[in-house]
Write a protein that binds this ligand. Structure first.
Ligand code: ZN
Length: 204
């Protein structure tokens, strides 16, 4: 799953490493738009795509900086049934880079969607994780221009997951622990099953 197509790509750091549990540093204003930062973002996009994944935070390649990349490709979304897409509110979106992201959770807090979530740094596992349905993120793009992105559904989930990485937080800290499972079990037991049924079965 994390086998990379390009031999020169850095490996994805796995859970247990200190860098995944530390707060990442702000990128200095003077570095915004720099060639150094562009090179980091290009590497992160390559690593994310090779994995393949839908998001990556710089600490996941051992770089303790507040940089995230996200991309949900049409071919990924196409693997889901229409009802899965609807339940997850999953829609394809083009690659985005957000530097020094500031996330605002927009709720609703009383009715947070729950879905299986995995992480390239917790390779081979997944668990049910509640997240806010809607968020707004502000920050800077790779050119150093300010960005603002308000999203609902699956892109909002990816954003919350990636920004968590910058705080040293993993989905493991937010999951319903009874649902933590190897991905092959999740596929065999729960593929295309409504979340309410899965929750009832697992007692969460
Ligand atoms: Zn992750």
């Amino acid at each position: 799953m994390t086998e990379s197509a390009k031999p020169d790509l850095p490996p994805i750091v796995q859970t247990g490493a200190a860098v995944l549990r530390a707060r990442a540093h702000e990128v200095a204003t003077a570095k915004l738009g720099s060639s150094e930062l562009r090179a980091l973002v290009a590497t992160m996009l390559d690593v994310m795509r090779a994995a393949p994944g839908v998001g990556l935070a710089a600490p996941q390649i051992g770089v303790p900086l507040r940089v995230i990349v996200l991309e949900d490709r049409p071919e990924f979304v196409a693997t889901l049934t229409e009802s899965e897409r609807a339940e997850k509110e999953r829609v394809a979106f083009a690659a985005r880079t957000i530097i020094n992201p500031v996330l605002e959770l927009l709720g609703p807090v009383h009715d947070r969607p729950v879905h299986f979530e995995g992480c390239l740094s917790v390779d081979g596992f997944a668990a049910l994780v509640p997240r806010d349905r809607e968020v707004e993120v502000t920050g800077y793009d790779v050119d150093g221009s300010p960005v603002r992105w308000r999203v609902t559904g699956w892109p909002a989930r990816i954003l919350q997951h990636e920004v968590d990485h910058l705080e040293g937080t993993l989905y493991l800290d937010r999951m319903f622990t009874r649902t933590f499972a190897r991905v092959e079990h999740v596929r065999q037991r729960f593929a295309a099953k409504p979340i309410a049924e899965i929750r009832a079965e697992l007692g969460v």
